[in-house]
Ligand binder design. Structure first.
Ligand SMILES: [Zn+2]
Length: 288
């Protein structure tokens, strides 16, 4: 009798908690020309389920993450409710945490070719020991080459480029928003962070940046950027994806202060890989 009542109370509390979490979401929406932008921000993903153990609960994000990800460990802070979505034509491009984490390697240690650097060895030693003793290996730097989730739009490689000079102009901003998707301090050895931000200019164009930033102190800096630019009268956008990285030992020209600031460090990092796509709503129309 008592346990039954307790269980009922527990279930009610779970429902209230889940509703509260859903309502704590902050939504920002903006429409300009052919495009609609929505950013969502909410609580961090709970470290454990709020419901009874051993069952899967519909609507429980923790259950969903456990089910869909093979990762042995998640970043310290997972903002599972955060996202940024750009809708146009009959589709959308979205940046969301779950799809980004799906691209983190779940069965190998990080592929960081730094040889036998003693700094690297000591920096990662405790972490690696932890992982190899208790867990299956995974990329504990949480490196993801995620460049967004696309639905209902055509993606094709292009030689077009984003006009970076225009982005440097101080045009009037009519909407801006930024969300963090996940963050981890790499056991106090640096940082791994994925975030997305948007700026819509009065003149009619917009700029989105999804940035994965990873720094293992004194060893390596890696930045994986996805930039999207579009114009309000267009039916397409240009997406530039770029991976940059460098070892500290190759960054002598930069001062150490600068290396702690991603925007300053970025300029010193060589491009390792790059892809440019045109994403359009030019899906062939059926004529009656
Ligand atoms: Zn759950």
């Amino acid at each position: 009798m008592t346990s039954f009542t307790t269980r009922m109370d527990r279930r009610n509390i779970d429902q209230v908690m889940m509703r509260a979490a859903a309502h704590a979401r902050k939504e920002e929406k903006f429409q300009q020309g052919n495009f609609e932008f929505v950013s969502l921000a909410g609580h961090i993903l709970e470290s454990s389920c709020k419901h009874e153990e051993g069952i899967q609960v519909e609507g429980c994000l923790k259950c969903k993450y456990n089910r869909e990800l093979q990762l042995e460990e998640l970043p310290e802070m997972v903002f599972a409710r955060n996202s940024l979505k750009i809708s146009f034509a009959n589709g959308f491009i979205e940046f969301n945490t779950l799809d980004a984490l799906k691209m983190v390697c779940a069965d190998r240690l990080p592929d960081v070719k730094v040889g036998a650097s003693s700094v690297w060895q000591s920096a990662r030693q405790d972490r690696i020991q932890q992982i190899s003793e208790h867990q299956k290996p995974f990329d504990w730097t949480f490196t993801t080459h995620y460049k967004g989730t696309v639905e209902g739009l055509k993606v094709e490689p292009t030689t077009e480029r984003i006009d970076m000079e225009r982005l440097k102009r101080r045009d009037q901003i009519v909407f801006m928003s930024s969300v963090t998707l996940f963050e981890d301090e790499l056991a106090d050895h640096g940082i791994a962070q994925l975030s997305a931000r948007i700026r819509v200019m009065k003149e009619g164009y917009f700029f989105v940046l999804l940035r994965f930033y990873m720094r293992v102190d004194d060893v390596l800096i890696r930045v994986c950027d996805t930039r999207i630019v579009g114009d309000h009268t267009d039916n397409h956008v240009i997406r530039e994806w770029q991976l940059r990285e460098a070892k500290y030992e190759d960054l002598h020209q930069a001062d150490s202060e600068a290396l702690l600031d991603v925007d300053r460090a970025w300029m010193h990092l060589p491009i390792v890989e790059e892809h440019v796509d045109r994403i359009s709503g030019d899906v062939e129309k059926v004529i009656d």
